[in-house]
Design a binder for this molecule. Sequence first.
Ligand SMILES: Nc1ncnc2c1ncn2[C@@H]1O[C@H](COP(=O)(O)OP(=O)(O)OP(=O)(O)O)[C@@H](O)[C@H]1O
Length: 266
Amino acid sequence: MTFLSINNLSMRFDLPNGSHVQALKDVSLEIGKGELISVLGPSGCGKSTLLNILAGFLSHTGGSVTLNDVPVTQPGAERGMVFQQGALFEWMSVRENVEFGPRMKGMPETDRNTIVDNLLNTVGLRSFKEKAVYELSGGMQQRVALARCLANDPDVILMDEPLGALDALTREKMQGLVLNLWKETGKTIILITHSVDEALLLGERLLVMAPRPGRIHKEYKLSFAERAVKSDLREVKEDPAFSETKKEILNMIWEMEEEIMSGSEQ
Ligand SMILES: Nc1ncnc2c1ncn2[C@@H]1O[C@H](COP(=O)(O)OP(=O)(O)OP(=O)(O)O)[C@@H](O)[C@H]1O
């Protein structure tokens, strides 16, 4: 049984003026349990569309997506999403945000407290439990967002540019946190990013998508994530193989963007 299976997935948006956008065409992917996948590509290549279909927020127009052999057709607790920002309940405390999902499921308070304490420990926010969300920095808010997602114990965590709004240093720390969470929880993570460094560092598998129609252009299998769990992120980035792959991917995306600008793509 494949864990997450994407077969000939297509998404066509019909526009009011009679034209259409083929946001995805014939995307096929088999994803195993516990994989950490990063997705890169020029603007408009369908990254968010793919993630939104996996989350069940969008209904695809062709092909299929199954998780544990069950078709994905709507949102479900087994698929958690972490957005770039703004998805927390600002009027609630950190604790209330993290326990929201379990509370909706009717979990008893003592069990919820254990989950909240464990997760806030994991994301380094134990002493911020009763703070309001608006009192926290952007990096802390993203830690809460991760904890809130994990509190639902999803099989798959979908991340849409979750670290994109953070300053460089905070972002680096959060990359380390994502890697540790991946190792500790064994969750399957699919992460969209616009940063080539981040995609290289966090992707065991890195997918480069191409636009018009949105499709998978190239896949890399990388060892940087596994190594970064065990050592320093910055040391891993200093590996010549890291900069060589980075250069190759940057050139690839650059060329795609040049094609888009010249209007010669198909
Ligand atoms: N609701 C919609 N209606 C019409 N077209 C849409 C809709 N959503 C997305 N598109 C189009 O589908 C294509 C893929 O969009 P998508 O947002 O998935 O790309 P992306 O790779 O995530 O882009 P970015 O990196 O800029 O966020 C784009 O051409 C976009 O304009």
